[in-house]
Design a binder for this molecule. Sequence first.
Ligand code: IMP
Length: 425
Amino acid sequence: MAVDLLLGLQWGDEGKGKIVDYLTKDYNIIARFQGGPNAGHTLEFDGIKHVLHTIPSGIFHKTAINVVGNGVVIDPVIFQKELDGLAKFDINFRDKLLISRKAHIILPTHRLLDAASETSKGKAKIGSTLKGIGPTYMDKTGRNGIRVGDLELDNWKEKYRQLANKHQALIEFYNVDVQYDLKELELQFFEAVEAIKKLKFIDSEEYLHQAQEENKTILAEGAQGSLLDIDFGTYPFVTSSNTTAAGACTGLGIAPNKIKNVYGIFKAYTTRVGSGPFPTELFDENGARMAKVGHEFGATTGRPRRCGWLDLVALKYAVQVNGVTELMMMKADVLSGFETLKVGVAYRYKGEEIKHLPYNIEAENLEPIYKEFSGWKEDITKLKNENDLPQTLKEYIKFIEDEVKVLIKIVSVGPDRTETIIKNQ
Ligand code: IMP
């Protein structure tokens, strides 16, 4: 059976958690393929709001199996907190949650290194979530990392000690003020590791191959967004994994020819949290309104998100890199009430009009060229049928589809599971 992918097309926070949760009923297995607790996937249903960081967003459904793939990095302390948070929902996660032995572990010193590295960068800092993501992937590619499967070995603590000592030397090398009590952090860490060890560790690529043989349906869940991809994002203001479709192959062991649908999620406008270029960013009352109405605060860090108009050049790029087959537009309701909407359709760059993302994407080099649209006044959150959408919103949607050449399958009009319109039925 083929595998479907779901990923974000902007700088993260597109609303992937809601859509995975919505689609889970159609899948036997939900598998996370990259990133770690830097992600915050928000789900809302039955009046409850819940944020997941590492656990796949299918966990709230009765039957779906949730796999944390080899491409993911796991912080046992945060993972344990996530499990504790699920306790009140009466979820039998011991049977439904499987963790790849090849996933790498975030150590307390990875987090400290992240903080030291960011502090040393001063004004040039990435705006990392400081969850230790970069240093953990560095140890993975440097072939020094500790993997989930190592926790089953007797001597893993020796390996841990060696690596932690090396990290401490590196932290000193940065020569910046990072306060920490490693003993206390390690106490929490080792306790959490014992809790995690009670979960099921698997050879996830084998498990997923077997599942495909048995015709099970699999949805691969991405984290962050395509413009934060380590290769194709706005480097160096990116995360440290491949957030694009190829990441599902390396992060789960899924063969490229087994991928069928690629669901690309984007917001009807654009947001970004942390530093880095954002050509269509707004610094006026329109941006402030998007932030307020859209509750644009990071689900992991609580930081305010930067807001701006939809950037079609960047969206097209992400659609191409991922081979998106269906689009899903989120938070259309946030744009209700704007007199005029704008969409970035090209950039002015070195005196020329260009329609691609140039190598040097510093905001001051790029001036977006906009197309304007009339807004709509109606509250659309209660709508259930695409035909009932305001005409101006239909025109906005049609323009995006024509430009990007992929149909929008879902229009989300509110945070709850039920506030979802399926188009082209
Ligand atoms: P890191 O992955 O925590 O090191 O962060 C690197 C950059 O990616 C920073 O600009 C973060 O704000 C951003 N980032 C990381 N994870 C997410 C996410 O899940 N949503 C949005 N931005 C993210």
